[in-house]
Design a protein around this ligand. Sequence first.
Ligand code: CUA
Length: 334
Amino acid sequence: MASLLGLGIVVGGIAAAVALALPWLPKPASNEANRIQFLFWFVVVICIAIFALVGAVMAYSIIHFRADPDDDSDGPSIHGHTGLEIWWTLIPTILVTSIGIVSAIVLSRDDALGKNYLRVNVTAQQFAWSFSYPDSKGLTSGTLRLPRGRSVELILHSKDVIHSFWVSEFSQKQDTVPGLTTKVHITPSRLGTFPVICTELCGLGHSVMRTVAIVMTPAAFNKWVAGQTKAITSPNSGVAGAAVFKNNQCGACHTLTAAGTAAKVGPDLDKLPAYAQQAGKPLPDFARQSIVDPNAYIQPGFPKNVMPQTFGTSLSKQQLDALVQYLISSSKRG
Ligand code: CUA
């Protein structure tokens, strides 16, 4: 019995070391992630206990009941053991039921929206994420900004194919499906910047369909909302256009000196007047068309279908006007 117990401790110790020494899960950044990770460890502890029991009995049997090399006889025929059968039915029943109960509690608490929750529309399209805040009209952003400690309902849509929203620190994944509305509930609990990753193979740009979720203090978040709202509704189209350009991460792909961006994925927007001339269109019409219907004219040397096709429709008319104005005045200056 003592050696069986010793083997159990050794096997369980090895399994526990593997479970604890490796960073299996990211550090949680939401209340929901904390509960999900609690459930994970609850199940892991049960698994380690069972693994230790089975491993110890197996190792003990191999050592103590090993047949001699020339022993061809059958073992004794044993038929039934009511006591043992009751235990090996009862214990798994209790364990599986308890996992079910704890899971149900975690699920229902994770789904419960808090009072005064924040709604955020998440739009996925090949190959970009965009976020809008229906409680602050016209506010859109290429990064997901959230206040810490407030319940948030993400309302997900796709404009083309199936994508999947995932922030590993939030421990939840949700598909975005064309024609359907899906939801995730998150209560950010830790300040920081966390990657937002698309986890559904959605086309050529799948691997670059990323942005970040930024969890801010409530005060910083409110300040950001107020500042953005003021900027995008500014009567000065330079200010409003610059905010729209920045919020929608145009600079992730395009160079525009006035905005301080130097990316080379898409055409250099400093050269917009020259491109308009090549396309044979007046500059304002060309700039607008390139946003609303980017495939209408493709600048030689750049691939088709990379600029989000429906980007223009996610902007209000006022935002689109401001952006066009901003591009025209910036490119002329640049
Ligand atoms: Cu969108 Cu992968």
